[in-house]
Write a protein that binds this ligand. Sequence first.
Ligand code: HEM
Length: 232
Amino acid sequence: MKKQLERKHSLAIRWLHWVNFPLLAMMIWSGMLIYWANAVYSIRIFGTEFFHFFPPWFYEFLGIPYRLAEGIQLHFFFMWLFAVNGLIYVVYLAASGEWRAILPVPGSFGRAVRVALYDAKIVKKLPPQGKYNDAQRIAYTLVILMGAGSVITGLAIYKPLQLAWLTSLLGGYEWARWEHFWLTILFVLFFFVHIIQVAMAGWANFRSMVTGYDVVDAAEAKAEVMAEEVAA
Ligand code: HEM
């Protein structure tokens, strides 16, 4: 079967994506150094605590205790880079029209369920998709909103006096802190699912996020171009 190269990810998307990865890792790590000093959150059901964020062994294992000042310094430095990188990404998506590949479209939620059933090997046929499947569209849109949410809730607890209007809009300092914490947990969950999906999609898919090009079946690519021409 004849193969050919196809442009998949623009240079801007690749740079913004790969710069975001260490920045987010640094935000989570420094956030942990800060959170340790006042570790208040847990999962409780009817007053019974099932899991405390985080058990002492976890902090000890990672060498987290007594590094609050270091954590604050790192967090308040890297947050600007994280926010600016995210902002450039959103502006780029809007200006380039690449948002069309990311935002969910009518029918996305139904098709995302079918993608999940396909991944679970319950159904055999993958629904038709563009650059990303509908589960990816939903996940990537959510993660962009989560990024914005992290910056906004972070600012509300960083300057609760100067930005009192923002802090109270988010339900007050305690609520804003709670929202900030849970957004981080969601980022971690997204990360694990994303890595599993990338691993399942295979080496060529990962390589395309580095080089920008995907290796595709020549006959299929030709059929796609013809279908697009007919549609246009
Ligand atoms: C080792 C870490 C990571 C790897 C290996 C990785 C890999 C990839 C790959 C291969 C794609 C393209 C998927 C496809 O073409 O089907 C992708 C897209 C994407 N990833 Fe990651 N990723 C990583 C970390 C992250 C993190 C930390 C985030 C955000 C929290 C993230 C958010 C995204 C988004 C939003 C896209 C879509 C980009 C666009 O086209 O605008 N990734 N990732």
